[in-house]
Design a protein. Sequence first.
Length: 285
Amino acid sequence: MAKFSKHKSEILKYSILKRVSQAALIITLIALTGIILFVLIRGLPYDNWGQLLFGEHSRRNPSIKPALIGTLYLILIALVIAVPVGVATAIFLVEYTKSKSRIVKYIRISVETLAGIPSIVYGLFGYLVFVVAFGFGYSLLGGGITLAIMILPVLVRSTEESLLSVPRSLREGSFALGASKVRTIFNVVLPSAMGGIVTSIILAVGRIISESAVLILTIGMVIGDLPKSFMSPGTTLALDIYYFGSHGHPEAAAATAAVLIVLVVSLNILATLLGKKLSKSKGND
């Protein structure tokens, strides 16, 4: 009788937890949908999209063309630095160390701590190190390096989980055929984990293009001027939203926010589809 009562109590707890989880999911979806719809409804009716996207910036007729170019520069700089370092770190943690070793424990604690640091702290670090100490001044290079440091923990953890998901039997089969450790990693392990790695990279790009606090302190927020090189100051879509909203262009700010929302949502959809496609193609192989 006591056993039956305990079983009934467990079922009740499971039912309550399920309902709470469903309610949390519904609230999250409503909030997300509300934000997206609000931005799109306010931004899409903008009456001068040609000028906003491709025109020359002026006080009366704002343009986000410099922001688009600056955003592309930052994505390029951040990924060129963060992807090789993040993937190599994850390979070291998974393939060259024991899972319960002390060094892995300390590295994981450090990575998780870095992942939880507020972005404004990264911005202050970038300002003090790259803008002041290294003498870069306000530049896309300093901002890109700071962003690379900021997204590095996410890339390391995501890549590590992708590598851990590769079955041990694939590694052992490669070794049995006479392949070396390096050849096994590059020819067997990495291709099998590529879906998760590519997904994490695309999601990191989404964080780069939506970041603002880091860049205010590192790239200078120069509105309207096209960057001439990586050492030039610049702006991004997120910074343009702040600038337009605080300088008498709320319609342009809403339109820029709509562009940013579309880009972020598109990147998330692309990450999901590409991850599934890569996983499916690998499964067929």
